[in-house]
Design a protein. Sequence first.
Length: 182
Amino acid sequence: MSDTSVQPSIAAWHPTACILCECNCGIEVRLGGESGTRFERIRGDKAHPASQGYTCEKALRLDHYQHQPRLTSPLRRRDDGTFEEIDWDTAIREVAQRFMAVREAHGGESIFYYGGGGQGNHLGGGYSGATLRALGAKYRANALSQEKTGEFWVNGAMLGAMLRADFEHAEVALFVGKNPWQ
C-alpha cells in the first residue's frame, strides 16, 4: 500500500482472526497510515492453535477493503458506456424502481437472489428477507448450495454425517481437491 507513514520496522503486529469463513484462521495485521488504523500487511498467525500460520488468499487480501481504487460511491452507466458518480439515495431509488418494473412485468418469481448466509462478510443473508418478500421473490441460493452441497452428500454417504475434521489430532491427513480451511 502506498500509505506507509508508520515505519515497518517499528510497527507492531496485532493478532486477530479472519471472519470470511467458519474456520476463523488466525492472522496478524500490521497497522499504519496517518490514523494508525489502515492495514499495511497481513500474514498468518503461527501462534494460532488451529491454523498455525496458514491462511488462504481471502484473508491475505483483506487490505483491499482499504485499497485506494475501490468503489466508495454508486456509479451509473451513461449512454456512452462511461460512468458517473451518484449519491446513495438516488442509487437506491433507481435500483428499487427497476426491481419493481421487473416484478410488475414478470412477477416476483422472476427475481433470483444469490448471496451470503449471514456470517462474516455475508450480511446480505441476514438482511435480505424483507426486501425479497416485498418483491415477491421466491428463489434464492448461496455458496452453500453451489459449493458445499456435494461435500455434504459425500460425507453423508461415506461417514453418515457432515463432520468437522479433527486435524489437531490426526497422524496423517490426505486432501485431494480440498482446502481443509475453507
